[in-house]
Design a protein around this ligand. Structure first.
Ligand SMILES: [Zn+2]
Length: 384
């Protein structure tokens, strides 16, 4: 049995999941449902899911995780026939099996919110164990799809009519639930369902739709709304400059910047115009500082003198595709959007709602990555 992965051998006792007949009862369910702070249910949906596969997953959870991961206790171990509860970094994790899915949810039993970092780690751990098992499985149950329950958020029950693929939600951002288009029609927000489960998804609070929703501007007539979007986007590109400066200072710490500029003085005088050179080599002989540099100067210095910087995915000077997110991809993004705002080209306008939403999201993510999250508050204050 141990070889088959159906038993967890402990020093004091062994655990054989398939012999566990204990049901997850009303009291347990009520307790979990009463917890206020929890993630949406992450669903791994299988074409075909043999029951023993779940047992193996539980055994893996018991034997192949580190010390921070343990079985939750409440008058005994919280291991039931179809649900297993774990404790991980001050959070509770419920892993449940249903006829065609394995479901995962993270709870915070105290009064504070779930930590996104912990939820991401839990997802990573379970995905890793799951994929490892699939690899060893002789028939290879290769297909599972990751997604969410659109409405009901109970990890213990499978809501077959509620499954929405993660991929689709990521692509569409905000969408009318495809499962409930008529009677119970409701809107799915990527920021609500995916925030805890996806590194790149921003909190609802930085989503432009949600931001506008709560402000006086939401009642503006469309022509004014367009002007308003452009204004907000202009401000966002200013935060973009700030994020770029943070990255620039990491690549060129002030002392090294001075040396670099002195060393390449002759070349730089050819590459930059007079105004720019005055910033690089102040006439009063003061030390040049990045806070005086605009996007163009920082971009050119990074591109031509950045030591060991990765080349952007599509190359320097190109607009990165969504999903390409190395630091230099983000540097390109900040340059591209700054140019759009500066040149106000009609073809690249951000006036239309949809266009603005996509660009806003793309630029916000770049800013948060380059500033390592420190500009989140600034972004939220941009729309008022
Ligand atoms: Zn729905």
């Amino acid at each position: 049995m141990e070889r088959l992965g159906l038993i967890a051998v402990g020093t004091v006792a062994h655990y054989i999941p398939c012999t566990n007949k204990r049901t997850f009862g009303c009291a347990e369910e009520k307790y979990f449902l009463s917890l206020k702070h929890k993630t949406p249910v992450l669903v791994f949906r299988f074409e075909f899911l043999p029951y023993f596969f779940y047992f193996r997953l539980i055994v893996s959870c018991l034997t192949r995780t580190n010390k921070e991961w343990r079985v939750l206790q409440d008058n005994g171990l919280c291991l039931y026939k179809n649900v297993a509860c774990f404790a991980y970094k001050l959070h509770a994790v419920a892993l449940a099996v249903n006829p065609s899915s394995i479901q995962l949810q993270v709870f915070q039993p105290t009064n504070i919110s779930v930590t996104k970092k912990v939820a991401l780690e839990v997802r990573k751990i379970i995905t890793h164990l799951l994929n490892d098992l699939l690899e060893n499985y002789h028939k290879k149950i290769d297909m599972y799809t990751v997604g969410f329950q659109c409405s009901k958020q109970e990890v213990f029950h499978e809501h077959d009519d509620c499954f929405v693929k993660e991929e689709q939600l990521l692509k569409e951002g905000t969408m009318l639930c495809p499962k409930h288009e008529l009677n119970n029609s409701h809107i799915l927000h990527e920021s609500t369902l995916l925030f805890y489960w996806n590194q790149d998804v921003l909190a609802e609070s930085t989503d432009p739709d949600a931001l506008v929703e709560n402000r006086a501007c939401r009642n503006l007539p469309e022509p004014e709304m367009r002007r308003y979007r452009v204004q907000c986007f202009e401000k966002l590109t200013k935060s973009g400059r700030e994020a770029l400066q943070m990255y620039f200072d990491k690549v060129f710490p002030p002392a090294e910047l001075f040396m670099l500029l002195q060393k390449n003085k002759e070349n730089l005088r050819k590459q930059f115009n007079t105004d720019q050179c005055d910033l690089l080599f102040p006439v009063d002989k003061s030390i040049p500082t990045s806070s005086a540099f605009d996007v163009t100067i920082m971009y050119k210095l990074l591109r031509n003198y950045g030591p060991n910087l990765p080349t952007p995915t599509k190359g320097w000077g190109k607009t990165p595709d969504p999903g390409q997110k190395s630091p230099t991809d983000d540097v390109e993004r900040i340059r591209v959007y700054r140019n759009e705002v500066e040149h106000k080209t009609p073809a690249t306008s951000v006036m239309e709602k949809e266009d603005c939403r996509l660009k806003w999201r793309d630029l916000c993510q770049a800013i948060l990555r380059l500033s390592e999250g420190s500009l989140e508050q600034d972004i939220m204050e941009l729309i008022y």
